[in-house]
Design a protein around this ligand. Sequence first.
Ligand SMILES: *Cc1c(COP(=O)(O)O)cnc(C)c1O
Length: 389
Amino acid sequence: MAKNDKTLGINTRLAHSGNDPRDYHGFVNPPVVHASTVLFPNAATLAGRAQKYTYGTRGTPTTDALASAIDDLEGSAGTILVPSGLAAVTVPLLAFAETGRHILIVDSVYHPTRHFADTMLKRLGMEVDYYDPRIGARITALIKPNTSIVFTESPASNTFEIQDISAIANAAHSAGALVMMDNTWATPLYFKPLDHGVDISIHAATKYPGGHSDVLLGTVSANEAHWQRLHDAFITLGCCAGPDDVYQVLRGLRTMGVRLEHHQRSALAIAQWLERQSGVARVLHPALPSHPDHALWKRDFGGSSGIFSVVLAGGGQSHAHAFLDALEIFGLGYSWGGYESLAVPVFLGDRVVAKGPYEGPVIRLQIGLEDIEDLKADILRGLKAAAAI
Ligand SMILES: *Cc1c(COP(=O)(O)O)cnc(C)c1O
């Protein structure tokens, strides 16, 4: 089978990309190489580092297998693997940050990205501004002569607005700025950032690629123009991922297509059902026709994943807590993308532009692989408890 054959179906590619079993005696999976030192056959080879692998931080057959599988999915020139999704945000930002330059970040960004920008990037002398997720081509008005990075994330963390990535990328590129995108929600199966003008695509592989709430990993993929600088920063920082984690994510990738289809179907069915329940003001899910950005989602995305939010019809924190405390199947906990359902209250107090208003408390649901009827019954317990306050 020709590797990287884009005419093959996505599940075929997920099953076979990354490594060639013939490289390791036919074993289907690549070895988990635990490595610091790599031996060289003689002094000249060592002095010139003239062989494929030279040191554990710089890559192994295990990291190559996952990075190459991700390149295949992203259409990227190269991918680095880092120890968490948050590191997949901070390493490229450090790679391209420069004192005196300006970065524009979507206001609905994953909160720890904002924290990194407001603390370390500012300390390094970057100017930081936040923009409305629905800004589209109007971002031109916010771009300054020193703007060097536009950071996007779509859909929005927790509130699920859709960004017009192509329009933003066109505006950024006209001004000489590069575009990064945190694409964790869609995965490269449902949105391919580089095809929409993004230069650097970021994933918390902790979520759907890992898929089992037992591993932390991040991937950062760059186009040809930005790969060298990203890779140099990765080597300079020494921020490499451990081999067991890398292997776990490669293992998860093999089933990600079928898992995502199930997450997608269940989440959409529950979102549609929730729109008809009393006690619910709105459901924030871009694949619902009622979502204000539905047309944009349809234009750009090939599917939707398993996480969305529900807005309760009025009430405050005590209603949100009653809802959450009544849940028996949904766990209360951060992160998502695993096989099990989760719920968290959404906090929007850090936002400067995209603050709502919302009719009541916002609760984020991650729909796992459990049976839909059981999840609906659990959510009804929550709604009933909130209504009883
Ligand atoms: C979870 C998440 C991250 C961070 O991933 P970790 O592996 O938990 O550090 C980054 N971006 C988004 C959008 C996320 O949802």
